[in-house]
Design a protein around this ligand. Structure first.
Ligand code: SAH
Length: 200
């Protein structure tokens, strides 16, 4: 999400004691779930609040939008929540063999065929995630976008994943759900939310 820098951006980022810059450390050694492209951070913040037995990292490549998430999170000071400001493509060393679950919420659809490699469920990214996962791989995706969703299902299957859960209208199921900012926006527009959980 590209946007103008908020006035408080530098101050918030410089004073953030849960921003990861070199090594990953949490007070408790417990499963690690990450969201790639957390945007304004509602999802990962509420997941961390609701699930203290899981460690969370919200990853976002743009510092402008990440600073909005950080500002919100500063009021909570959660021991199980950390942020990384980076493109996921640069994190293969830092996150190698550490991750249990990857959340992809409302990822950029990159509709043009020549940009297919940039989709966060392309073969190229799934190969990167193979490096990040500890043992079992679990990817949970939500999107408003039919084409991205179809692409993801095919790509995940080709890469050896099993689609364990799938819904074309998440809000009409009893699957536990924390809404993201984009999800609020799209569902208010009447768009149905697509959801899948894939493992291998
Ligand atoms: N998950 C949020 C934001 C969705 S928009 C929500 O549902 O509301 C997608 C976000 O992913 C944008 O903020 C974009 O900057 C970020 N993003 C896209 N590609 C990324 C990458 N390779 N690494 C890290 N963040 C990425």
């Amino acid at each position: 999400m590209r946007m103008r820098n908020p006035k408080y951006k530098d101050e918030v980022i410089n004073n953030c004691n849960f921003l990861i810059t070199d090594e990953i450390s949490f007070p408790k050694d417990q499963p690690l779930h990450i969201e790639i492209g957390m945007g304004k951070g509602n999802f990962i913040l509420n997941m961390a609040l609701n699930n203290p037995h899981i460690n969370y990292i919200g990853i976002e490549k743009y510092s402008s939008v990440a600073s909005i998430a950080i500002k919100k999170m500063m009021d909570y000071n959660l021991p199980n929540l950390r942020i990384i400001i980076s493109d996921i493509a640069n994190l293969s060393e830092l996150l190698k063999n550490k991750v249990d679950v990857i959340y992809l919420n409302f990822s950029d659809p990159w509709p043009k065929k020549r940009h297919a490699k940039r989709r966060l469920t392309s073969k190229e990214f799934l190969e990167l995630y193979d490096i990040l996962f500890k043992d079992k791989c679990t990817i949970i995706q939500k999107t408003d976008n039919d084409d991205l969703f179809t692409f993801s299902v095919d790509s995940l299957k080709e890469h050896g994943y099993t689609i364990e859960e799938i819904s074309y209208d998440l809000h009409n199921t009893d699957i536990d759900n924390i809404m993201t900012e984009y999800e609020e926006k799209f569902s208010n527009m009447g768009i149905k939310i697509k959801y899948l959980k894939a493992t291998k």
